[in-house]
Design a protein around this ligand. Structure first.
Ligand code: NAD
Length: 252
């Protein structure tokens, strides 16, 4: 599948990895729905990419059922179809295990795992209906993390949520495979975005990250976007249920 004229939703795309993925999709000729909870940043991002092609912005908190419903309805209203969903929206919050606040646990799980499930299920229902009516199957791409299989002490909710995303990816892939709908994940290591701001502003934390990254540098959002393009295209037509890690060779 070439990505030209495909309709792609990217959640949490006001900045960072989501923005880089939205940009690559627009450059590939897709019609892109950008979406975020930060509407000012989201609208500014949409305006920036609108110079390159067809881009619409729709507000969506992925953890809210009604917002997800509006995102799907708004996309179908604008473009009449959905081919690609990138579940990118994600947050971090943590603390030492013994002191961990249950509200932080819930907040992270709500966005990273519940949000990924809500968007996936809503889009999958559309994709299955499309296949049953003779249309082409679409694809779902989830942002997992190297911390779905490794771990960071002090970031239990995040690591648990991304482990859940990996398992959601495999389970949804098996459920949707008979329709030809593929579900895969990307597992980044440390990527230079706002999410990494604590690391960027603390030389000791930065040194720690680099010491366990054999490539000796953090990644760029564009290095994740290229994997999303591969997973969305027919070049990956027999790949489903997988997580592709991009982590500079990250050591445990
Ligand atoms: P980021 O913080 O730069 O951007 C995340 C975006 O998601 C923001 O625009 C934010 O407003 C939005 N968002 C937050 N909560 C939301 C919600 N409830 N609904 C919709 N949007 C919401 O983060 P990033 O580094 O670009 O991360 C993107 C994805 O990649 C996340 O899922 C993250 O866990 C994953 N990831 C990032 C790294 C990294 O090192 N940056 C590593 C591994 C995985």
């Amino acid at each position: 599948m070439t990505l030209k004229n495909k309709v792609a939703i990217v959640t949490g795309s006001a900045r960072g990895i989501g923005f880089a993925i939205a940009k690559r999709f627009v450059e590939e000729g897709s019609k892109v729905i950008m979406s975020d909870v930060d509407d000012d940043a989201g609208q500014a991002a949409q305006e920036e990419l609108a110079a390159l092609g067809e881009v619409t912005y729709i507000h969506c908190n992925v953890a809210e059922r009604l917002d997800v419903r509006n995102l799907i309805a708004g996309t179908l209203n604008a473009y009449g179809d959905i081919d690609i969903l990138v579940n990118n929206a994600g947050i971090v919050a943590g603390g030492d295990f013994l002191d961990l606040d249950i509200d932080d646990f819930d907040r992270v799980l709500n966005v990273n795992l519940r949000g990924t499930f809500l968007c996936s299920q809503a889009v999958a229902r559309h994709l299955v209906e499309k296949v049953e009516n003779g249309g082409e199957p679409g694809t779902i791409i989830n942002l997992s993390s190297i911390n779905s299989v490794l771990t960071i002490p002090g970031q239990l909710p995040y690591c648990v949520s991304k482990g859940g995303v990996a398992q959601l990816t495999r389970t949804a892939a098996v459920a949707l495979a008979p329709y030809g709908i593929r579900v895969n994940a990307i597992g980044p290591g440390s990527i230079m975005t706002d999410m990494l701001s604590a690391v960027n502003s603390d030389p000791a934390a930065r040194a720690r990250v680099l010491s366990r990254t054999p490539m000796g540098r953090v990644g760029e959002p564009s290095e994740i976007a290229g994997i999303a393009v591969f997973l969305a295209s027919s070049d990956s037509s027999y790949v489903t249920g997988q997580t592709i890690f991009a982590d500079g060779g990250r050591l445990p």
